[in-house]
Write a protein that binds this ligand. Sequence first.
Ligand SMILES: *Cc1c(COP(=O)(O)O)cnc(C)c1O
Length: 380
Amino acid sequence: MEKIKIFDLTRQVHVLKDDIEEALWSTLSSGQFILGNHVSAFESEFCDYLGCRYAVGVGSGTSALRLAYLAIGLKSGDRIITTPTTYVATAMAAAIHGGVPDFVDINPENGRMDVNQLRERLRNAKRQGTLKQYRAIVPVHLYGYPENMTEILSVSETFGIPVIEDACQAHGGWFSLKGKKTMAGTAGHLGCFSFYPTKNLGAYGDGGMVVTDNPELAQQVRMLRNYGQKEKRHTHFMIAGNNRLDEIQAAWLRKKLPHLSNYNRRRREIAAYYTSQFASLPIIPPPEDQEGEYSVSHLYVIQTDQRASLQAYLSEHGIGTAIHYPTPIHLQPAFAYLGFSTGDFPNAERFAKRVLSLPMYPELTDAEVETIASAVKDFF
Ligand SMILES: *Cc1c(COP(=O)(O)O)cnc(C)c1O
């Protein structure tokens, strides 16, 4: 039996019990279950938190990505460009609509997009006259560590290709852009968030959000989430499905949003402790914040050559771990039709063989964190 689980969502529920009951009852007694006051209030509170102009609540992070891709005009055959080292949804959300995921490799140290490769890829596309196939660059703030947005936005400007940030793991993270503090998700043309239960801001079910400063894009996403309707019902301006954020999820997300900064602080404290304890071990710890960067440790992921034996050892000692993610996207069977093979993105492939996620959630006690760190040290 693993005494310390990789995630434990029940602890937080006990702490927030009164708030959750109040949110539940206020929704039930309002009789409004679809796009009611909680969804619109949460959208504006999330905007305030991020310092952006528009937020549109949707059904999941995957829906957020799908609708963002469609809002910037993704059509069948268009390419989006990301890395193979992310959750599969980043690419699948485009592929569902006939988009073609394209990849650049990662920096082996920190899992971030190799921006030189990105620039090279687009330069070649320009030379070959295929640049207009590229609809979006999609940086992912993987594990809560900010992507190199200054560089990526400069590539975006050079080639005239919009940026859609996958901020599904980075609620509350920020970085400095032209000297200005900028929240993850608000630097690109559109930003996408997931409220999957284990995320830094998690619902008790599915949920997601698209954010932007652009009123037309916000309007597009609003129509795409609700059968092509604008504010008024029964006039449909486009073919679109039902991709709405649930009222009840919005109700308790509103209760949790005020805690997000504290949760992130605690995650960072745990991450800093782990990293301080692992200094002399033969592992690569997660990247440290660069100047003007604030990561939010969605996951604490180390790289080691001895992953399988470390994972087994920790399990024997009652500590749960996980692998995010064991197969890089270009090698997933679902994407075999893209024609990639082993060796195409060597850094991503090596990373996938070496990563191991240790328990990381704000409710871990100091004693548990110490137990985990000691067990890792004992193994080595
Ligand atoms: C969780 C996640 C998603 C998908 O979000 P869902 O709400 O589960 O659909 C997309 N991208 C990344 C990087 C994620 O971590």
